[in-house]
Design a protein around this ligand. Structure first.
Ligand code: NAP
Ligand code: GCO
Length: 268
């Protein structure tokens, strides 16, 4: 009897926590996981974002549970996981999505700004992963998906803190995979290319005459797909890495970038 391969991708009966999933990439990933059958929990810091997100999830027919929690606060994260366990059951899938960026030339960037980016984009993934790993170890099953970036591989002007954090997140992914693989826990990452979300909105702002932002034109020329990604482009990779279809995939960074990392760029 041939394997029903689609069953491998089912998330029925599993609970997923997607951090920072009030909108943007996190929201799309949560939507994708829900469509594969997962129960969804998400968090963010801003009450207004939370309320709006709950309405958005409801409009999509997703009964998501939202929690106010700053992922850099270890005690708050521990309480978040306990609350989710009470409301939805153990966290089977953790997506470390919450993140910020500060685009400041390094010589002008304060250490406080640098630390804030690293705290949210890297240390928080350590904190949330540490909060769910003991339960996953006990159940001998778990999926952790970190949201890396092209800046896990490449640098560019003004993003020193972000690139440092995302480079570290790539290695944290590999280290969790190395340390906890024996408990049947898989830790992988998704590396989105340039995705149209509020985080990149400043890079896509049109001129008064409707002309493209220079960075927008640059990304279009650097991407074989000749377009920015949509958050929905990441759903398939998230379902794959959250499901039984990826049980022998560990420590992998899956780039979903339209080919930008493979391409020298179109001749002007
Ligand atoms: P976004 O639109 O700015 O959304 C970020 C989300 O994270 C918001 O829901 C925000 O909600 C939440 N958040 C920020 N800091 C938080 C904290 N300390 N605790 C809890 N929640 C927090 O960003 P995005 O573009 O969707 O990006 C999501 C992830 O993908 C980030 O890790 C980003 O680095 C990564 N990424 C983005 C792109 C891209 O091109 N957009 C590409 C590669 C990787 P609150 O402000 O209410 O907390
Ligand atoms: C930037 C962008 C990028 C994207 C993403 C690319 O300023 O260069 O914000 O960092 O967010 O990380 O993969």
């Amino acid at each position: 009897m041939a394997t029903d391969i689609l069953k491998k991708f089912s998330l029925e009966g599993r609970t997923a926590l997607v951090t920072g999933a009030a909108y943007g990439i996190g929201f799309a990933i949560a939507e994708g996981l829900a469509s594969a059958g997962a129960r969804i929990a998400f968090n963010c810091r801003d009450r207004e974002h939370l309320e709006t997100a709950l309405e958005s999830y409801e409009s999509k027919g997703i009964d998501a549970r939202g929690y106010l929690c700053d992922v850099t606060d270890e005690q708050a994260v521990s309480a978040l996981v306990s609350d989710i366990e009470k409301d939805l059951g153990p966290v089977d899938i953790l997506v470390n999505n919450a993140g910020i960026i500060k685009r400041i030339p390094m010589v002008e960037m304060s250490a406080a700004d640098f630390r804030e980016v690293v705290d949210i984009d890297l240390t928080a993934a350590f904190i949330t992963s540490k909060a769910v790993l003991p339960g996953m170890m006990e159940r001998k099953s778990g999926k952790i998906i970190n949201i890396c970036s092209m800046m896990s591989e490449l640098g560019r002007e003004t993003v020193s803190a972000y690139a440092s954090a995302k480079g570290g997140l790539k290695m944290l992914t590999r280290n969790i995979a190395s340390e906890y693989g024996k408990y049947n826990i898989q830790c992988n990452a998704i590396g989105p290319g340039y995705i149209a979300t509020p985080q990149t909105a400043p890079l896509r702002e049109r001129g008064a005459d409707g002309t493209r932002h220079p960075f927008d034109s640059f990304i279009i020329a650097k991407t074989p797909a000749e377009r920015w990604g949509d958050p929905e482009d990441l759903m398939g990779a998230a379902v794959f890495l959250a499901s039984g279809a990826s049980d022998f995939v560990n420590g992998h960074i899956l780039y979903v970038d339209g080919g930008i990392l493979s391409y020298i760029g179109r001749q002007p």
